[in-house]
Design a protein around this ligand. Structure first.
Ligand SMILES: *[C@@H]1O[C@H](CO)[C@@H](O)[C@H](O)[C@H]1NC(C)=O
Length: 374
Protein backbone atom coordinates (compact mmCIF):
# COMPACT_ATOMS: atom_id res chain seq x y z
CA UNK A 1 0.00 0.00 0.00
CA UNK A 2 2.79 2.34 1.01
CA UNK A 3 4.62 1.53 -2.14
CA UNK A 4 1.52 2.20 -4.21
CA UNK A 5 0.96 5.62 -2.59
CA UNK A 6 4.58 6.50 -3.14
CA UNK A 7 4.23 5.63 -6.79
CA UNK A 8 1.19 7.85 -7.13
CA UNK A 9 3.03 10.72 -5.42
CA UNK A 10 5.96 10.15 -7.74
CA UNK A 11 3.70 10.22 -10.78
CA UNK A 12 2.06 13.42 -9.54
CA UNK A 13 5.45 15.02 -9.06
CA UNK A 14 6.53 14.00 -12.53
CA UNK A 15 3.31 15.44 -13.91
CA UNK A 16 3.83 18.91 -12.53
CA UNK A 17 7.58 18.85 -13.15
CA UNK A 18 9.19 21.36 -15.46
CA UNK A 19 9.94 20.35 -18.96
CA UNK A 20 13.73 20.39 -18.47
CA UNK A 21 13.41 18.02 -15.54
CA UNK A 22 11.21 15.59 -17.46
CA UNK A 23 14.30 14.59 -19.38
CA UNK A 24 15.69 13.08 -16.19
CA UNK A 25 19.09 14.66 -16.69
CA UNK A 26 22.12 13.34 -14.80
CA UNK A 27 22.85 15.05 -11.47
CA UNK A 28 25.28 17.96 -11.69
CA UNK A 29 28.63 17.18 -10.08
CA UNK A 30 30.47 20.49 -10.56
CA UNK A 31 28.02 23.35 -10.06
CA UNK A 32 30.59 26.05 -9.30
CA UNK A 33 29.51 28.09 -12.33
CA UNK A 34 25.88 28.23 -11.20
CA UNK A 35 26.84 28.92 -7.59
CA UNK A 36 29.10 31.78 -8.67
CA UNK A 37 26.29 33.18 -10.83
CA UNK A 38 23.88 33.07 -7.86
CA UNK A 39 26.42 34.57 -5.45
CA UNK A 40 26.92 31.37 -3.44
CA UNK A 41 30.26 30.06 -2.16
CA UNK A 42 32.36 28.05 -4.64
CA UNK A 43 34.92 25.25 -4.20
CA UNK A 44 37.12 26.90 -6.79
CA UNK A 45 36.80 29.84 -9.17
CA UNK A 46 34.90 28.50 -12.19
CA UNK A 47 36.46 29.06 -15.61
CA UNK A 48 35.23 28.67 -19.18
CA UNK A 49 36.25 30.43 -22.36
CA UNK A 50 34.15 32.11 -25.03
CA UNK A 51 34.48 30.07 -28.26
CA UNK A 52 36.13 27.26 -26.28
CA UNK A 53 34.82 24.88 -28.95
CA UNK A 54 36.53 26.45 -31.91
CA UNK A 55 39.19 26.70 -34.54
CA UNK A 56 42.21 26.66 -32.19
CA UNK A 57 41.43 22.97 -31.58
CA UNK A 58 42.81 20.61 -34.28
CA UNK A 59 39.97 18.16 -33.63
CA UNK A 60 37.49 20.96 -34.37
CA UNK A 61 39.29 21.72 -37.64
CA UNK A 62 38.95 18.03 -38.55
CA UNK A 63 35.16 18.16 -38.12
CA UNK A 64 35.05 21.44 -40.08
CA UNK A 65 36.92 19.83 -42.99
CA UNK A 66 34.07 17.39 -43.38
CA UNK A 67 31.07 19.59 -42.58
CA UNK A 68 29.87 23.09 -43.34
CA UNK A 69 29.72 25.38 -40.28
CA UNK A 70 25.93 25.65 -40.15
CA UNK A 71 25.55 21.92 -40.85
CA UNK A 72 27.42 21.35 -37.58
CA UNK A 73 25.04 23.77 -35.82
CA UNK A 74 21.98 22.03 -37.30
CA UNK A 75 23.10 18.45 -36.59
CA UNK A 76 22.80 17.73 -32.85
CA UNK A 77 25.33 14.84 -32.97
CA UNK A 78 27.96 17.10 -34.58
CA UNK A 79 27.13 20.12 -32.39
CA UNK A 80 27.48 17.91 -29.28
CA UNK A 81 30.75 16.40 -30.50
CA UNK A 82 32.41 19.82 -30.93
CA UNK A 83 30.84 21.10 -27.69
CA UNK A 84 32.52 18.16 -25.94
CA UNK A 85 35.96 18.61 -27.51
CA UNK A 86 37.40 21.26 -25.15
CA UNK A 87 36.11 19.33 -22.12
CA UNK A 88 38.16 16.31 -23.13
CA UNK A 89 41.32 18.41 -23.03
CA UNK A 90 40.81 20.98 -20.28
CA UNK A 91 39.49 20.98 -16.70
CA UNK A 92 36.77 23.52 -17.54
CA UNK A 93 33.85 24.36 -15.25
CA UNK A 94 31.23 24.90 -17.97
CA UNK A 95 30.27 23.90 -21.46
CA UNK A 96 28.48 26.12 -23.97
CA UNK A 97 26.38 24.60 -26.70
CA UNK A 98 28.02 24.93 -30.10
CA UNK A 99 25.90 27.25 -32.24
CA UNK A 100 26.02 30.75 -33.70
CA UNK A 101 24.25 34.00 -32.93
CA UNK A 102 23.18 34.23 -36.60
CA UNK A 103 20.77 31.29 -36.42
CA UNK A 104 18.08 33.86 -35.49
CA UNK A 105 18.44 35.88 -38.72
CA UNK A 106 18.32 32.52 -40.54
CA UNK A 107 15.10 31.60 -38.72
CA UNK A 108 13.72 34.99 -39.79
CA UNK A 109 14.22 33.95 -43.39
CA UNK A 110 17.65 35.39 -44.21
CA UNK A 111 20.41 33.39 -45.87
CA UNK A 112 23.69 33.32 -43.93
CA UNK A 113 26.79 31.56 -45.22
CA UNK A 114 30.03 31.01 -43.32
CA UNK A 115 32.98 31.78 -45.57
CA UNK A 116 36.30 30.43 -44.24
CA UNK A 117 38.73 33.24 -43.48
CA UNK A 118 36.00 35.85 -43.99
CA UNK A 119 33.28 35.03 -41.49
CA UNK A 120 29.51 35.19 -41.93
CA UNK A 121 28.14 36.56 -45.21
CA UNK A 122 24.53 37.55 -45.96
CA UNK A 123 24.10 37.51 -49.76
CA UNK A 124 20.93 39.63 -49.38
CA UNK A 125 21.23 41.99 -46.38
CA UNK A 126 18.45 44.38 -45.37
CA UNK A 127 18.97 47.38 -47.63
CA UNK A 128 16.01 49.54 -46.67
CA UNK A 129 13.05 49.41 -44.27
CA UNK A 130 10.95 47.91 -47.10
CA UNK A 131 13.02 44.73 -46.70
CA UNK A 132 11.59 44.21 -43.20
CA UNK A 133 8.46 42.85 -44.90
CA UNK A 134 10.53 39.90 -46.16
CA UNK A 135 11.32 38.72 -42.63
CA UNK A 136 9.27 35.84 -41.26
CA UNK A 137 8.97 36.21 -37.46
CA UNK A 138 5.92 33.90 -37.26
CA UNK A 139 7.08 30.47 -36.21
CA UNK A 140 10.76 31.48 -36.20
CA UNK A 141 11.50 29.51 -33.03
CA UNK A 142 10.02 26.42 -34.68
CA UNK A 143 12.89 26.60 -37.16
CA UNK A 144 15.42 26.51 -34.31
CA UNK A 145 14.34 23.27 -32.61
CA UNK A 146 17.66 21.73 -33.66
CA UNK A 147 19.34 23.93 -31.03
CA UNK A 148 16.99 22.61 -28.34
CA UNK A 149 17.64 19.05 -29.52
CA UNK A 150 21.40 19.63 -29.29
CA UNK A 151 21.04 21.09 -25.78
CA UNK A 152 19.00 18.11 -24.55
CA UNK A 153 21.41 15.63 -26.12
CA UNK A 154 24.37 17.52 -24.65
CA UNK A 155 22.94 17.46 -21.12
CA UNK A 156 22.93 13.66 -21.31
CA UNK A 157 26.37 13.49 -22.91
CA UNK A 158 27.84 15.71 -20.18
CA UNK A 159 26.60 13.24 -17.58
CA UNK A 160 26.43 16.06 -15.02
CA UNK A 161 30.11 16.90 -15.28
CA UNK A 162 29.61 20.67 -15.67
CA UNK A 163 26.65 22.97 -16.41
CA UNK A 164 25.56 23.67 -19.99
CA UNK A 165 25.28 27.29 -21.14
CA UNK A 166 22.82 28.38 -23.83
CA UNK A 167 23.16 31.70 -25.64
CA UNK A 168 21.84 34.21 -28.13
CA UNK A 169 22.94 37.38 -29.87
CA UNK A 170 21.32 40.58 -28.58
CA UNK A 171 19.01 42.63 -30.84
CA UNK A 172 21.41 45.45 -31.79
CA UNK A 173 24.21 43.00 -32.65
CA UNK A 174 21.90 40.87 -34.81
CA UNK A 175 20.42 43.95 -36.49
CA UNK A 176 23.97 45.03 -37.36
CA UNK A 177 24.77 41.76 -39.15
CA UNK A 178 21.43 41.77 -40.96
CA UNK A 179 21.99 45.28 -42.34
CA UNK A 180 25.76 45.20 -42.92
CA UNK A 181 25.58 41.73 -44.48
CA UNK A 182 28.41 40.46 -42.28
CA UNK A 183 30.96 41.78 -39.84
CA UNK A 184 31.73 45.50 -40.12
CA UNK A 185 34.46 47.75 -38.76
CA UNK A 186 32.21 50.83 -38.74
CA UNK A 187 28.55 49.66 -38.66
CA UNK A 188 27.95 52.65 -40.95
CA UNK A 189 24.74 51.31 -42.53
CA UNK A 190 23.22 50.14 -39.25
CA UNK A 191 24.00 53.46 -37.59
CA UNK A 192 22.41 55.25 -40.55
CA UNK A 193 19.21 53.24 -39.88
CA UNK A 194 19.22 54.46 -36.26
CA UNK A 195 19.27 58.10 -37.37
CA UNK A 196 17.40 57.93 -40.71
CA UNK A 197 14.72 55.32 -39.92
CA UNK A 198 14.38 55.26 -36.10
CA UNK A 199 10.85 53.80 -36.17
CA UNK A 200 11.87 50.98 -38.48
CA UNK A 201 14.97 50.35 -36.38
CA UNK A 202 12.70 50.01 -33.32
CA UNK A 203 10.42 47.69 -35.25
CA UNK A 204 13.35 45.46 -36.20
CA UNK A 205 14.84 45.50 -32.68
CA UNK A 206 11.43 44.60 -31.20
CA UNK A 207 10.95 41.79 -33.71
CA UNK A 208 14.37 40.40 -32.76
CA UNK A 209 13.56 40.78 -29.05
CA UNK A 210 10.39 38.69 -29.44
CA UNK A 211 12.24 35.95 -31.34
CA UNK A 212 15.04 35.95 -28.76
CA UNK A 213 12.59 35.51 -25.86
CA UNK A 214 10.95 32.55 -27.66
CA UNK A 215 14.39 31.12 -28.43
CA UNK A 216 15.68 31.40 -24.85
CA UNK A 217 12.44 29.93 -23.46
CA UNK A 218 12.97 26.96 -25.76
CA UNK A 219 16.60 26.63 -24.63
CA UNK A 220 15.64 26.61 -20.93
CA UNK A 221 12.96 23.97 -21.57
CA UNK A 222 15.51 21.90 -23.48
CA UNK A 223 17.94 21.98 -20.55
CA UNK A 224 20.14 25.09 -20.73
CA UNK A 225 21.35 25.87 -17.19
CA UNK A 226 22.58 29.44 -17.74
CA UNK A 227 21.93 31.86 -20.61
CA UNK A 228 24.39 34.36 -22.03
CA UNK A 229 23.30 37.28 -24.21
CA UNK A 230 26.06 38.48 -26.55
CA UNK A 231 25.87 42.19 -27.37
CA UNK A 232 29.19 41.96 -29.19
CA UNK A 233 28.62 45.12 -31.23
CA UNK A 234 27.93 47.37 -28.24
CA UNK A 235 31.46 48.67 -28.82
CA UNK A 236 30.25 50.62 -31.86
CA UNK A 237 27.74 52.70 -29.93
CA UNK A 238 28.47 55.80 -27.87
CA UNK A 239 27.08 55.53 -24.35
CA UNK A 240 23.93 57.51 -25.11
CA UNK A 241 23.09 55.29 -28.09
CA UNK A 242 23.91 52.13 -26.14
CA UNK A 243 21.40 53.18 -23.50
CA UNK A 244 18.81 53.95 -26.17
CA UNK A 245 19.26 51.19 -28.76
CA UNK A 246 20.65 48.27 -26.78
CA UNK A 247 19.81 48.41 -23.06
CA UNK A 248 15.97 48.60 -23.25
CA UNK A 249 15.81 45.48 -25.43
CA UNK A 250 18.24 43.57 -23.21
CA UNK A 251 16.03 44.47 -20.23
CA UNK A 252 12.90 43.44 -22.10
CA UNK A 253 14.45 40.04 -22.87
CA UNK A 254 15.12 39.37 -19.19
CA UNK A 255 11.74 40.70 -18.02
CA UNK A 256 9.65 38.87 -20.64
CA UNK A 257 11.54 35.60 -20.28
CA UNK A 258 11.18 35.65 -16.49
CA UNK A 259 7.46 36.35 -16.80
CA UNK A 260 6.97 33.70 -19.48
CA UNK A 261 8.70 31.01 -17.40
CA UNK A 262 6.93 32.06 -14.20
CA UNK A 263 3.55 31.60 -15.90
CA UNK A 264 4.56 27.99 -16.61
CA UNK A 265 6.05 27.44 -13.12
CA UNK A 266 9.49 26.95 -14.65
CA UNK A 267 12.32 28.53 -12.64
CA UNK A 268 14.44 31.07 -14.46
CA UNK A 269 18.10 30.11 -14.91
CA UNK A 270 20.93 32.59 -14.21
CA UNK A 271 21.52 35.05 -17.05
CA UNK A 272 24.67 36.82 -18.23
CA UNK A 273 24.84 40.01 -20.26
CA UNK A 274 28.08 40.42 -22.20
CA UNK A 275 28.07 43.82 -23.90
CA UNK A 276 31.52 44.12 -25.42
CA UNK A 277 32.85 47.66 -25.30
CA UNK A 278 30.15 48.87 -22.89
CA UNK A 279 32.38 49.27 -19.84
CA UNK A 280 31.12 52.85 -19.78
CA UNK A 281 27.69 51.66 -18.61
CA UNK A 282 28.28 49.02 -15.93
CA UNK A 283 25.95 50.73 -13.43
CA UNK A 284 23.17 50.73 -16.00
CA UNK A 285 23.84 47.09 -16.89
CA UNK A 286 23.73 46.15 -13.20
CA UNK A 287 20.16 47.48 -13.02
CA UNK A 288 18.78 45.16 -15.72
CA UNK A 289 18.13 42.12 -13.52
CA UNK A 290 20.91 39.97 -14.96
CA UNK A 291 22.89 37.81 -12.53
CA UNK A 292 26.22 38.11 -14.33
CA UNK A 293 27.92 40.90 -16.27
CA UNK A 294 30.62 39.88 -18.74
CA UNK A 295 33.55 42.26 -19.05
CA UNK A 296 35.92 42.80 -21.95
CA UNK A 297 39.63 43.24 -21.25
CA UNK A 298 39.53 47.05 -21.25
CA UNK A 299 37.73 47.10 -17.89
CA UNK A 300 39.61 47.06 -14.59
CA UNK A 301 38.21 44.40 -12.19
CA UNK A 302 38.41 46.62 -9.11
CA UNK A 303 36.66 49.52 -10.82
CA UNK A 304 34.02 47.20 -12.28
CA UNK A 305 33.21 45.84 -8.82
CA UNK A 306 32.80 49.40 -7.51
CA UNK A 307 30.41 50.20 -10.37
CA UNK A 308 28.14 47.14 -10.13
CA UNK A 309 28.05 46.74 -6.33
CA UNK A 310 28.22 43.49 -4.35
CA UNK A 311 25.21 41.64 -5.75
CA UNK A 312 26.25 41.02 -9.35
CA UNK A 313 28.66 38.33 -10.54
CA UNK A 314 31.43 39.48 -12.86
CA UNK A 315 32.82 37.39 -15.70
CA UNK A 316 36.03 37.87 -17.67
CA UNK A 317 38.31 39.34 -18.75
CA UNK A 318 41.81 38.35 -19.89
CA UNK A 319 42.81 39.90 -23.23
CA UNK A 320 42.57 37.09 -25.84
CA UNK A 321 45.87 38.41 -27.23
CA UNK A 322 47.55 37.57 -23.92
CA UNK A 323 47.03 33.92 -24.90
CA UNK A 324 49.94 34.34 -27.35
CA UNK A 325 52.36 35.09 -24.50
CA UNK A 326 54.55 32.49 -22.79
CA UNK A 327 52.94 30.11 -20.28
CA UNK A 328 54.83 31.90 -17.48
CA UNK A 329 53.43 35.27 -18.54
CA UNK A 330 49.90 33.86 -18.98
CA UNK A 331 50.06 32.30 -15.51
CA UNK A 332 51.19 35.58 -13.94
CA UNK A 333 48.53 37.66 -15.73
CA UNK A 334 45.78 35.15 -14.92
CA UNK A 335 46.77 34.93 -11.25
CA UNK A 336 46.78 38.72 -10.98
CA UNK A 337 43.37 38.92 -12.67
CA UNK A 338 41.75 36.29 -10.42
CA UNK A 339 43.21 37.92 -7.31
CA UNK A 340 41.78 41.28 -8.36
CA UNK A 341 38.29 39.83 -8.93
CA UNK A 342 38.38 37.59 -5.85
CA UNK A 343 36.64 34.28 -5.19
CA UNK A 344 33.15 35.67 -4.56
CA UNK A 345 30.76 36.33 -7.43
CA UNK A 346 33.36 35.72 -10.10
CA UNK A 347 33.58 33.53 -13.21
CA UNK A 348 36.95 33.52 -14.99
CA UNK A 349 36.96 33.87 -18.78
CA UNK A 350 38.67 35.81 -21.55
CA UNK A 351 37.43 39.31 -22.40
CA UNK A 352 36.23 38.05 -25.80
CA UNK A 353 36.35 34.85 -27.87
CA UNK A 354 39.56 32.82 -28.04
CA UNK A 355 41.27 33.37 -31.40
CA UNK A 356 42.11 30.63 -33.94
CA UNK A 357 45.92 30.54 -33.63
CA UNK A 358 45.95 30.30 -29.81
CA UNK A 359 48.33 27.52 -28.66
CA UNK A 360 46.72 24.65 -26.75
CA UNK A 361 49.23 25.12 -23.92
CA UNK A 362 47.83 28.61 -23.32
CA UNK A 363 44.41 27.16 -22.55
CA UNK A 364 45.96 24.54 -20.26
CA UNK A 365 47.88 27.29 -18.46
CA UNK A 366 44.88 29.61 -18.15
CA UNK A 367 42.60 26.95 -16.65
CA UNK A 368 45.24 25.69 -14.24
CA UNK A 369 46.24 29.23 -13.19
CA UNK A 370 42.61 30.16 -12.43
CA UNK A 371 42.14 27.12 -10.23
CA UNK A 372 45.40 27.71 -8.38
CA UNK A 373 45.24 31.50 -8.02
CA UNK A 374 43.36 31.60 -4.70
C1 LIG B 1 22.77 43.19 -1.81
O1 LIG B 1 21.98 42.12 -1.34
C2 LIG B 1 21.79 42.14 0.07
C3 LIG B 1 21.11 40.85 0.46
O2 LIG B 1 19.97 40.62 -0.33
C4 LIG B 1 21.01 43.38 0.44
O3 LIG B 1 20.80 43.43 1.83
C5 LIG B 1 21.79 44.61 0.00
O4 LIG B 1 21.03 45.77 0.21
C6 LIG B 1 22.14 44.52 -1.49
N1 LIG B 1 23.05 45.59 -1.81
C7 LIG B 1 22.91 46.37 -2.87
C8 LIG B 1 23.91 47.45 -3.05
O5 LIG B 1 22.01 46.21 -3.68
Amino acid sequence: MHCFINKIICLMIIFVRLSAEEYNFPILKNDNLLRAARGEAVDRVPVWVMRQAGRYLPEFQEVRKQHDFFTICRTPELACEVTMQPLRRFDLDASIIFSDILVIPQALGMTVEMHPGVGPVFPEPLQSPADLAKLTPEGAVGRLTYVGDAITMMRHMLDGRVPLIGFTGAPWTLMGYMIEGGGSKTMAKSKAWLSDYPDDAKKLLSMLTESIVDYLEMQVKAGAQLLQIFESSAEHLPKEDFLKWSVPYIKEIRDKLTQRLQQQSIPIVPMTIFAKGAGHSLKEQAALGYDVIGLDWTVDPIEARKEVGPNITLQGNLDPQDMYKTPEEIRALTTEMVQKFGKERYIANLGHGITPQTPIVSMETLVDAVHKAL
